[in-house]
Design a protein. Structure first.
Ligand code: SF4
Ligand code: SF4
Length: 123
């Protein structure tokens, strides 16, 4: 039996650290399973905070101050993800695997050049 060996996909515009961003590029935000769980949790906390702020009738500036303090507190706490690797500390959650709100570790792996291969654009 002949075994097909795929060409390396390092030059593909969708290739990120051995993973494939193709589906995400096609439908940004559609696959919830690709999201960083820590960022998802933050969104949930923020939604809950907004609901409470509205229920208490807080002004916009008071709510913004409170949220900023809460957010700084969260940044100091353990992110709660065992796969987190320290990365860009200017972007929450400061993880090297985070690409916006996508966790690179949750993307499908790239097994070599496929029909969706698309070369990196030239500068
Ligand atoms: S490894 Fe990083 S990007 Fe992935 S879920 Fe954990 S904190 Fe988020
Ligand atoms: S070659 Fe195919 S599987 Fe690999 S990164 Fe590109 S699009 Fe994704």
């Amino acid at each position: 039996m002949t075994r097909l060996v795929r060409l390396p996909a390092g030059g593909c515009r969708h290739f990120v650290s051995g993973r494939c961003l193709y589906e995400e590029a096609l439908n940004p935000g559609y696959q919830t399973s690709y999201r960083c769980t820590v960022v998802l949790e933050l969104h949930g906390l923020y939604d809950g905070f907004l609901t409470r702020a509205e229920a208490f009738g807080l002004s916009e500036s008071t709510a913004a101050d409170l949220w900023e303090r809460r957010f700084l507190e969260l940044c100091r706490q353990d992110a709660g993800c065992q796969d987190r690797q320290p990365g860009d500390m200017n972007a929450f959650p400061g993880c090297a695997h985070c690409l916006g709100d996508v966790c690179v570790l949750r993307l499908p792996s790239c097994d070599g050049r496929c029909r969706n291969f698309s070369p990196q654009p030239r500068d």
